[in-house]
Design a protein around this ligand. Structure first.
Ligand code: GLU
Length: 444
């Protein structure tokens, strides 16, 4: 059996961090199993679905390194949904309803007022031909419900949540099609999962009840249902489902200089019992992916954790992996020297600017001026081929009698214009002899 998973966003906006996490888990599972990962665009709502969002979804997945083995669009499959609808209708599993939203709301309120669950009462099944004719004469068009089989209990063994049970009699027959013929999410998704041979559906736990309903749809269509894994939802570090998370996506990550693998490393592991670790490639995450590791508590997304992870990943990246994004002229030596000081890649150009100069001048006293003059002299006579920083400071220490901070800080300040930064031993060869002498002599 080839494992086939799908990520099924509605292209009504950009992906947010919660969608990305769901996509990632579907992708990791497919890759682990040597299976296929499909992008299914749930674009039955022609008004809200936009081509620009479709393109952004593709671009976001590509940026994150989630390669897609196939793409399907629901808007191209209306004939399939019609056919399934007609078969279910002929089998008595789909029925027409004429209640207005107001009437339905009233029924709900009455039931709730009596302390009962607001389950649809199936009044439409008792309509006589006469009543139906009257409704149609009034210009009412029906919406359609899927008729649950009350005699067959709903049960599945969820890959994350374990055994799940629902009594269908306590659920409303779901509306699957609106008055205007448009589709709600429920049936097209089940038709697609069946016809596309989806073996595993990984999605948020907000879909648990839908799964119960859809299992009866698979049954009514004589289709084998996929396995289901419902993951606990994502919350912000403050512990709530925040609005901020809903608008946080690849666009912001890119603007903030976050590496794709930082996002992937974090989202693959939060909410699981495996530790969040900085990975520069997906292979170990694919290898270790396991539904049994997922917990039932919400997964916490922490922006600071993402930044820390990002820095740790940058510190491991080879020059070749980043060369195209580095400032002009910065080679492998430059990357090695600067890499440990980065939290985002964009900071590389600040440090490269420090190497190339001009650097900022730092205020110094007369004593330090003399010390730097001495340093410039030594620098001019020094053998620069090897360990220049060590030789320079070694000689200076002896001649000036300075040591520790008094020795090192004025040199760093004069050479870089800053108090902190990358190791001087690796920075000095990049700055080079001429520039170093000029900076020590305050000819910036
Ligand atoms: N388009 C649905 C959603 O975004 C898909 C849910 C599913 O995975 O079945 O909620």
């Amino acid at each position: 059996m080839t494992v086939i998973t799908r990520f099924a966003p509605s292209p009504t906006g950009r992906l947010h961090v919660g969608n990305i996490r769901t996509a990632l888990h579907n992708w990791l599972w497919a890759r682990k199993q040597g299976g296929r990962f499909l992008l299914r665009l749930d674009d039955t709502d022609s008004e809200r679905s936009k081509e620009e969002h479709v393109e952004a979804i593709r671009a976001d997945l590509a940026w994150l390194g989630m390669d897609v083995d196939g793409e399907e669009r629901q808007s191209a499959r209306f004939d399939r949904y019609d056919a399934a609808f007609e078969r279910l209708r002929a089998a008595g599993r789909v029925y027409a309803c004429y209640e207005t939203p107001q009437e339905l709301e009233l029924k709900r309120k009455i039931l709730l007022g009596r302390g009962k669950p607001p389950v649809y009462d199936r009044a439409a099944l008792d309509l006589t031909d006469r009543q139906i004719a009257d409704h149609e004469a009034e210009g009412r068009t029906p919406h359609w419900r899927f008729k649950l089989d009350h005699d067959t209990p709903i049960a599945w063994d969820d890959l994350i949540r374990g055994p799940q049970h629902f009594d269908p009699a306590l659920l409303s027959d779901p509306v699957i099609r609106r008055e205007d013929g448009s589709w709600l999410y429920m049936l097209p998704s089940a038709v697609d999962d069946a016809e596309m041979g989806i073996t595993h559906v990984v999605r948020g736990e907000d879909h648990v009840t839908n799964t119960g309903l859809q299992l009866q749809m698979f049954d009514a269509m004589n289709a084998l249902p996929p396995a289901f894994a419902h993951e606990a939802l994502l919350v912000g570090s403050e512990g709530k489902l925040s609005k901020r998370l809903g608008s946080l996506g690849v666009e912001t990550f890119r603007e903030d200089g976050i590496e794709p693998m930082a996002v992937v490393s974090l989202l693959a592991r939060i909410g699981t019992s495996d530790p969040v670790e900085p990975f520069t490639e997906a292979a170990p995450l694919i290898e270790s992916f396991d539904f049994a590791r997922f917990g039932r508590a919400p997964a916490r997304f922490d922006g600071e954790e993402l930044q820390t992870l990002n820095a740790k990943i940058l510190h491991q990246l080879d020059y070749d992996a980043v060369a195209a994004r580095l400032p002009q002229g910065m080679g492998a030596d430059g990357w090695q020297a600067i890499r440990p000081n980065l939290t985002t890649l964009s900071e590389a150009s600040d440090w490269w600017h420090v190497v190339e100069g001009p650097v900022d001048s730092v205020a110094i006293d007369a004593e330090t001026e003399a010390f730097l003059d001495q340093a410039a002299e030594i620098a001019a006579t020094l053998d620069w081929s090897d360990a220049a920083w060590k030789r320079l400071t070694g000689e200076l220490k002896e001649k000036s009698g300075r040591k520790g901070k008094a020795l090192f800080l004025p040199l760093r300040q004069a050479l870089t214009g800053r108090d902190h930064g990358p190791e001087m031993a690796s920075l000095l060869p990049l700055i080079g002899k001429d520039r170093a002498i000029a900076r020590l002599a305050r000819r910036l």
